[in-house]
Design a protein around this ligand. Sequence first.
Ligand code: NAP
Length: 250
Amino acid sequence: MHLEGKVALITGGSRGIGRAICLRMAQDGAQVVVNYRQGATEAAAVVREIELAGSHAIALQADVSDGAQVLEMYRRGVEALGPVDILVNNAGVFRRGDLADFDFSQLAPMRETNVDGLVHCTRAAVEGMKQKGWGRIVNVTSIAAHGTSMPGTTFYAATKAAVMVLTRRFAMELGASGITVNAVAPGFIVTDMSAGLAAEAILAKTIMRRAGTTDDISHAVSFLVSPASSFITAQVLTVDGGRMDYLSHG
Ligand code: NAP
C-alpha cells in the first residue's frame, strides 16, 4: 500500500493495459481517476471493481486529444479527490500502415491522442505536483519505437518515438520539482489493440515465447511510481519478453 494518500489518474483506463494499471494503482493504495473516451460502461465496471476491493475511484470522460476536455476532466478530478500525484499517460490508438500504404488522414488523429494528449494531460497535472514537490509520471510508449521489424507500424512507431523523447525532456524540465518522468515500452500485449496482429510470427521473435499480459505492464508501472524507484527518471523500461527482431536487427 505504498500509494496510500495519493491520487492517480490513468488515461484510457477503461480497457486493456489502462484498466490493469487502474486496478494495480488501487491495490497499491491510491485513489484512482479512471479516464475514458467512449467506454462509459467499461470505465464504470473498473470503478466498481476497485470499490468492491475496498478502494476509491471515479470515472471521468475526456478525449485527451482535446485540451479543453482535459482541463475540465482535471478540474472535476481535483474537486472530487484532490490534485493528481501520479499521472499515467496510457491512452493510445494504433493506425496500421507503412510508407507505401498509410492513409495519411489517419496520422493527425493518431498523433493527437498519442502525443498531443500526453502533453495536455501532463500540463494539467504538473502544477499541483510542483506545489507538493512530488509527482510521478509514467508514459506508455511501445517497442515499435525501438525499431521492431513488424510491418504496418511505421507511423505508429513515429508517434511512440515522440513519447520517448518527451519522456526524457519532461524529466529534465521537472526533476528539480521532485517529479520523475519515465516510460514503459510494452511489447506484444493481449488487448483489443493487438487483436489483429500476427501473434505466431511475433511469438517466434520473443525470447520468452509468450505474449505479454496487461499485468506485465501494470507491475512495471507500479515499480516506477513506488519508493523503490525514487532515483529513476528519464528512463524507458522495456517490457516485451525479449524481442529479437530489433535486438538483433534480424
Ligand atoms: P486498447 O485496448 O485499444 O485501449 C485503449 C484505451 O485508450 C481505451 O481505454 C480507450 O478508451 C483509450 N483511448 C483511446 N483514445 C483515447 C482518447 N483520445 N482519449 C481518452 N482515451 C482514449 O489499447 P491497449 O492495448 O490497452 O494500449 C494501451 C497503451 O499501450 C497505448 O498507448 C498503446 O499504444 C500502448 N501499447 C500497446 C501494446 C499492445 O500490444 N497492446 C503494445 C505497445 C504499446 P475508450 O475505449 O473509451 O475509447
